[in-house]
Design a protein around this ligand. Sequence first.
Ligand code: NAP
Ligand code: ZN
Length: 352
Amino acid sequence: MYNAKAYSAASATSPLASSTIARRDPTQTDVQIEILFCGICHSDLHQVRNEWSGVMPTVYPCVPGHEIVGRVAKVGSAVTKFKPGDLAAVGCMVDSDHTCPDCQAGLEQFCPNLTLTYNFPDKHLGGVTYGGYSDSVVVDERFVLRVPSNLNLAGAAPLLCAGITTYSPMRHWGVTKGKKVGIVGLGGLGHMGVKFAHALGAYVVAFTTSPGKKEDALRLGADEVVISSNAGEMAKHAGSFDFILDAVSANHDINAYINLLRRDGNITLVGAPEKPMALSAFGLIMGRRSLSGSPIGGIPETQEMLDFCGKHNITSDVEVIPIQKVNEAYERLLKSDVKYRFSIDMASLKSE
Ligand code: NAP
Ligand code: ZN
């Protein structure tokens, strides 16, 4: 065991603060990573503030962070994929049972014995897992990803959650050239959704509550931008979408988007608001439309997504911050005031 520096929250109402945590020494199959950048996902904020208490109650102290890129510091004797000095990345998962049908299919995100990167029982040290707001992490090599060398590292970190969470449902629902795709909410996830839908060749419409994001949305790859409070603009798109990805973090009217789907169209929720949302049955019945959800993506698909990003030179648009600004960043995230993901430069932790 060794001590690592981290930022943790002591309770749902405490700010994140500098602390020391225990990390395990790498086992035979583990990779120890020096963390260079960690993105700030809205899920970190939901978890730190115990907003998902009904489904995933938070255990304190909580060290969030699941958009991790860094450099390999040490490897166990049986590790074959990585060597010290390599770039490496870790997303939302750090372990699974490897034997269930989901793991066998490379869909570890559905494994009943999944271990998430933070706030999940830690099989090695007891307590719960600690995430990437830290100077290092130790992870089984099966959950460590390769980062294409041409990508900017601060911008690559958010690919590990915002990237895969938007890429995976688009691949599942067949987003390709000729499809009309809507992306709702231009935050960390949504702006990646716009980039991927565009790169996959779709006709992309971005829906935002923030008129100030219109120019950016076009630059990111949207063909059209709709300000969702404008009923007239919304009505123009009624019954026309093949697929809509809803990446909104707060409660909102999903029925307004269901009505924009064509026959057999699908809307997938990736945003995870705190409270249940109202659903009108008729929106789904008329048009045989479907509503589904999607969690992150499996390890093979996460690597596929990173390689796709390497090929198309796709990264997240980031505002790089020192860890000392993390509490301020959370307040700004709540005001949708980030273009479009905070990425923490972990070198800033050295001075703590
Ligand atoms: P984010 O950066 O805060 O973006 C959320 C966006 O939603 C905002 O930028 C804003 O976009 C829109 N929005 C915020 N409040 C709104 C409101 N009251 N009404 C309508 N729109 C509103 O968050 P994120 O990191 O992208 O995460 C988004 C959600 O996905 C979170 O709930 C997060 O927990 C969840 N998530 C799920 C998964 C998964 O596996 N399914 C993975 C990661 C994250 P505009 O300014 O454009 O309106
Ligand atoms: Zn996330």
